[in-house]
Design a protein around this ligand. Sequence first.
Ligand code: IMP
Ligand code: MG
Length: 178
Amino acid sequence: MTDDAIQQPEIHALFSEQQLRERVAELAEQISRDYAGKHPLLVGVLKGAWVFMADLVRRLTVPTRCDFLKLSSYGDGTATSGRVQLHLDLSTPAEGQDILVIEDIVDTGTCVLWLLDHLRRKKPASIRLCALLDNPARRITPITIDYVGFTIPNCFVVGYGIDWKERFRELPYIGRLA
Ligand code: IMP
Ligand code: MG
């Protein structure tokens, strides 16, 4: 592969803006029903989940609190390093809260497994997981995802907040790298 091919990878659309909008609205409806009468603490996982969370939260009909934490395991490649690092923790107390974790994609499951354990130590009343994308073919650890946007074939995706080497987060759709 030439340097140019590496710099300009081909991206094939997987989910259009409209498909994302419709699915996010459906997820929001389901989450709003399930959390009726509650005041969940939405925990967005930076950076990948930021666009999804921004769209989702505006569709919810229950009041929320929003907080973020920042993890990394991927480095610059397209395969998980297996090591999870916490770069930023919650700034609001989580004890007794109904936490809904908002993830971009669950792939090997390494990050989410680490994250759920980290959050459980804060003694929330409940924890559920919402992931826009699920790539079950790459899973190495069993994970229950309470709310899934789309299940994807085994590929590397970008767009709608999700990056490859910090690129393509701004794409309004989700595509797979060729
Ligand atoms: P996991 O620990 O392998 O499940 O994945 C952890 C994180 O890696 C995800 O939350 C994403 O931020 C990132 N990731 C996993 N798969 C992809 C992908 O296909 N494209 C871009 N980032 C990904
Ligand atoms: Mg992520």
